[in-house]
Write a protein that binds this ligand. Structure first.
Ligand code: SAM
Length: 276
């Protein structure tokens, strides 16, 4: 293995989610730079990885990044890991990657676990275009401004959120983007209490609010792009249309909802098929 910085993803809950190559690389490198050396010890012990570990975290600063990059330039092979998932995805490492590249050395990325992509793959939301925004600001006014700017986004939005703020975030999504906006919440992915649920913003908010267990653990929240509703269509009709479209062919679902609400079946069908 050549001298380089190896960016190595680690499991987001299930310790079995290390790739073979990730284990081999961590065993072979000269040193592992870990976000939290104590936290990573469990994983390294599990895979009998005895490589020396040093600390590299978000407060290490640029000089620490430059010092590590210089070690790579002198011929060392260094692996970067974070507490969970892919380093640099809402995790430290960006400055280090740039420092290594600026010395003309290679950065070798390994594929592996990432909560955002894992959640997206089971959300049942459109995946042809998505936008990852990580954690929105903790202050409500700033968070709502960010959500307002997403009102007409044509991509599925992926967010991370901490348990003590999950209800606030869901309340703001409902308020700013509307009760009928489709939201998917993915909690405790790959762990014992893994829960993935998709529904309207109101239904998801109410469900989380009413069950304290749903406010615990780690969360990915995904928001569907705005639906172009048929003329005169209420949120209630839209929710029914969505529910039926999950069970019936689109034309049949559109016909049933149109008959019930006195709407045009063709318009409803267009709403269904024009969803991004
Ligand atoms: N680098 C990580 C990745 O690749 O996903 C993300 C690190 S970020 C500091 C931690 C956040 O990721 C958590 O607060 C949560 O929003 C999300 N996350 C991590 N593990 C998760 C899991 N098992 N289930 C749901 N969300 C998770």
């Amino acid at each position: 293995m050549k001298a380089a910085l190896y960016v190595v993803p680690t499991p987001i809950g299930n310790i079995g989610d290390m790739t073979l190559r990730s284990v081999e690389v961590l065993q072979a490198v000269d040193v592992i730079a870990a976000e939290d050396t104590r936290h990573s010890r469990t994983l390294l012990n599990h895979y009998q990885i005895t490589t020396p570990v040093i600390s590299f975290h978000e407060h290490s600063g640029e000089s620490a990044a430059v010092a590590l990059a210089q070690r790579v330039a002198k011929g060392e092979r260094i692996a970067l890991i974070s507490d969970a998932g892919t380093p640099l995805v809402s995790d430290p490492g960006y400055q280090l990657v740039r420092a290594v590249q600026s010395l003309g050395m290679s950065v070798v990325p390994l594929p592996g676990p990432c909560a955002a992509i894992t959640a997206l793959s089971a959300a049942g939301l459109p995946t042809h275009s998505f936008q990852f925004l990580g954690f929105l600001p903790p202050k409500q006014s700033a968070r709502r401004n960010r959500l307002e700017a997403l009102q007409s986004s044509e991509s599925t939005i992926i967010l991370y959120e901490a348990p003590h703020r999950i209800l606030d975030l869901l309340n703001d999504i409902e308020d700013v983007l509307g009760a009928a906006r489709e939201v998917c919440i993915a909690r405790e992915l790959t762990k014992t209490f893994e829960t993935i649920r998709r529904d309207s913003a109101t239904a998801i908010r109410d469900w989380v609010r009413e069950d304290p267990n749903q406010q615990r653990g780690e969360f990915v929240v995904m928001i569907a792009a705005e639906v172009h509703k048929a003329k005169g269509m209420s949120n209630e009709a839209l929710n029914l249309l969505r529910a039926l479209a999950g069970e019936l062919p689109p034309r049949k679902a559109a016909q049933l909802v149109a008959d019930h609400y006195g709407l045009k079946s063709r318009d409803l069908y267009q709403t269904l098929i024009s969803r991004p």
